[in-house]
Design a protein around this ligand. Structure first.
Ligand SMILES: Cc1cc2nc3c(=O)[nH]c(=O)nc-3n(C[C@H](O)[C@H](O)[C@H](O)COP(=O)(O)OP(=O)(O)OC[C@H]3O[C@@H](n4cnc5c(N)ncnc54)[C@H](O)[C@@H]3O)c2cc1C
Length: 445
């Protein structure tokens, strides 16, 4: 069926509300119930009343002002019950409905406003949600208010030098000594570890079990003599991640989340939160980045170049696919379903797109792409924050920041395995991990 007639049908179905224009191209838009639109108007008033008058998006702030803005903004969100909007009000969250959360994400993303503080992806998005799912009443009562008040700032202690994609191979050990766990081993690539005072650690608590089974999820304080956190400087010269060494570090016996030797299940609940985040707003950042790419092509007089035109068409198609996938994810979410293994398709797609558009940008820049970092102001992973200046320095930084996109939160090859096995139902990869973890280590050596 021709695109035109599909659009006509969609327009007829939506009584005019589903189709809008993007430049000269007509595109489908989701429609929301009237009460959702009145919440959107309320949020818009909140943003107008609380953001600076000349607000262009957090990307427009110089790096040294950005983190100060974000921590003040976090306090504003907390004071207005907009921090952790999905958490029940009884735990201090926003208690918003699913639709309201989606509207909040959309409105904040459009204006380039953070929905939380710097480490909250770990504190609220990952461990907070996981504590609400698996925690005892005592754990919830202790940790949830501390997370919201910013008393506990978390980081993620999963990966090790010999355990990344094969996370179940992890060797960081915890042994019980009276009422405490004694922890020894090493974690690596611990993002924001240097700004955290708490770390959630996947540790081996039973070496005689098969490797997926003898693991526990521990809640550990960073500020103690047995924890040594050493920053690693990344390609864009930011101290983004760290190595964390545990030498007889301690945590109370009761700081196991979700039960002894049940860490694999708990850890996977958390990864579901990590991989599902942002599905509905991912395309907005990539659309803004593509607009900057088109502006740069115009500035360089390259919009008649056949190769550049092909690239722009492909990138536009990619961003639209991301937007449609976002709508699919939204539908699942509004129906109360979790992201599921299909989330891997989105992760594969945006990370590959980001490689391609930043490579094309480096080609467009030509010799400017070799100039240093003088004008580089962007930070963070993924698409640049809204408001980020369209400069060679920022494109160079984006090019480098795009590289690890195909590695963190599960590498592309691992995502393809998930899609193959769990979405397409292909035969499973052979796995040789039937004996105990201890035996597998002996065989390996
Ligand atoms: C920017 C960034 C931030 C990160 N932050 C954190 C953090 O906060 N906390 C944390 O715990 N970890 C973090 N990580 C680590 C991340 O989770 C791991 O890098 C990732 O899981 C891959 O593991 P690895 O680096 O050990 O690579 P490996 O697992 O050694 O993979 C090496 C290569 O082999 C391929 N491969 C591996 N297994 C298979 C397979 N079965 N089939 C096909 N190919 C395969 C991989 O795709 C890859 O190309 C971060 C990583 C990055 C890049």
């Amino acid at each position: 069926m021709a695109l035109r007639s599909r659009l006509d049908q969609a327009r007829a179905r939506s009584k005019g509300g589903l189709v809008s224009t993007l430049g000269s191209v007509e595109v489908m838009q989701p429609t929301y119930p009237a009460e959702a639109e009145s919440y959107r108007a309320k949020l818009s008033d909140f943003l107008d009343g609380n953001l600076p008058a000349d607000w262009k998006g957090i990307g427009a702030l110089p790096e040294d002002e950005r983190s100060a803005f974000q921590s003040e903004w976090r306090k504003t969100l907390r004071a207005n019950s907009l921090l952790a909007p999905n958490w029940p009000a009884e735990y201090g969250g926003g208690g918003l409905t699913h639709v309201e959360q989606v509207i909040l994400n959309e409105e904040f993303a459009k204006r380039g406003v953070p929905t939380s503080g710097a480490n909250d992806g770990f504190s609220i998005g990952m461990v907070g949600n996981t504590i609400l799912h698996w925690g005892t009443d005592e754990q919830k009562a202790h940790y949830i208010p501390r997370i919201l008040d910013g008393d506990d700032i978390w980081c993620q202690g999963y990966s090790e030098p010999d355990a990344g994609s094969d996370l179940a191979n992890l060797g960081c050990k915890a042994e019980l000594d009276g009422d405490e766990w004694i922890i020894n081993g090493q974690k690596i690539w611990t993002s924001q570890g240097h700004t955290a005072n708490m770390i959630f650690v996947l540790a081996r608590t039973d070496v005689d079990q098969p490797k997926h089974k003898g693991i526990s999820f521990l809640l550990v304080e960073m500020d103690q003599p047995g924890v040594d956190c050493r920053p690693i400087t990344n390609m864009v010269r930011h101290d983004h991640f760290n190595e964390v060494f545990f030498s007889d570090a301690r945590c109370p016996k009761d700081n196991v989340l979700g039960g002894l030797n049940n860490g694999w299940a708990v850890g996977n609940t958390l990864l579901g939160f990590e991989r599902g985040v942002g599905a509905t707003t991912t395309s907005l950042g990539y659309r803004a980045e593509l607009n900057q790419f088109i502006d740069m092509a115009r500035d360089k007089g390259k919009t008649d170049d056949a190769e550049v035109r092909q690239q722009i068409a492909q990138f536009h198609t990619n961003v639209e696919i991301m937007r449609y996938r976002g709508m699919q994810a939204l539908t699942r979410y509004l129906n109360g379903q979790t992201p599921g293994p299909e989330a891997s398709i989105g992760k594969l797609f945006w990370s590959k797109h980001h490689h391609a558009i930043t490579e094309a940008a480096m080609n467009l820049l030509g010799p400017d792409g070799m100039v240093g970092f003088g004008t580089e102001t962007r930070g963070g992973l993924g698409a640049p924050a809204i408001g980020t200046e369209n400069t060679p320095g920022n494109w160079i930084a984006s090019f480098m920041i795009a590289r690890p996109g195909t590695v963190y939160a599960g590498s592309s090859e691992v995502q393809k395995n998930i899609v193959g096995e769990r979405v397409l139902g292909l035969p499973k990869e052979p796995r040789a991990d039937t004996g105990s973890w201890k035996e597998s280590q002996a065989a390996y050596k």
